[in-house]
Design a protein around this ligand. Structure first.
Ligand SMILES: [Zn+2]
Length: 195
């Protein structure tokens, strides 16, 4: 049912033949991403800080802003690169860009318009950066450089909230559904219609 994924975004009522659903984040989706991303990033940052401080919580916290922002930029580039590598591995041609909504700059995206992924491949593609970067962060934060890495890795974790939303939408769809990543959303095809 197309309407079944309407709760977190907008659903186009006039869908082409064979399309089960389309999902685009709405303004309220972005607002929720700010709240949930902030919570996830905050909890993640405290977890990484705990690792960086030798399995204890320090009495005070300080973040050097310039290196933190530079490292977040590096992690974002690696994150998008991992999406792109997963797309390439599945035979798609990744494209990169900046996602904007009503003139607001919201983040970066990697997409492969026109390529259709099985649900399993779509889930791998969405989760690859989180599944690889988050545990590497635990390892790196345990090293002496952890004192400058805990905050960027926490921020990265918070930024994964958009990918997790797409995973949630994909899991609501039938197992044989076929997924097309759009620049600013998701199109889900009926498995029987495209085979
Ligand atoms: Zn992502």
């Amino acid at each position: 049912m197309a309407g079944s994924i309407a709760d977190a975004g907008g659903v186009d009522e006039t869908l082409p033949d064979g399309v089960l659903a389309e999902w685009y984040p709405s303004i309220s989706t972005y607002n929720w991403w700010m709240v949930l991303g902030g919570l996830l990033g905050g909890v993640g940052a405290l977890g990484y800080l705990w690792v960086a401080s030798g399995a204890s919580m320090p009495a005070g916290i300080s973040v050097s802003l310039v290196p933190a922002i530079a490292l977040i930029g590096v992690l974002v580039a690696i994150h998008e690169g991992l999406h792109a590598l997963a797309m390439l591995a599945f035979g798609a041609r990744p494209q990169f860009g900046i996602l904007r909504l009503r003139r607001a700059h919201l983040g970066f995206y990697t997409t492969a318009p026109g390529h259709r992924f099985s649900r399993r491949r779509y889930l791998v593609m969405c989760l690859a950066p989180l599944a690889l970067i988050a545990p590497v962060g635990v390892f790196l934060c345990a090293l002496p450089v952890g004192s400058v890495l805990w905050f960027p890795f926490g921020a990265h974790l918070g930024g994964c909230v958009g990918d997790l939303t797409l995973v949630r939408q994909a899991l609501k769809m039938p197992g044989d559904a076929v997924f097309e990543d759009l620049r600013d959303g998701l199109r889900v095809w009926s498995g029987s219609a495209v085979r």
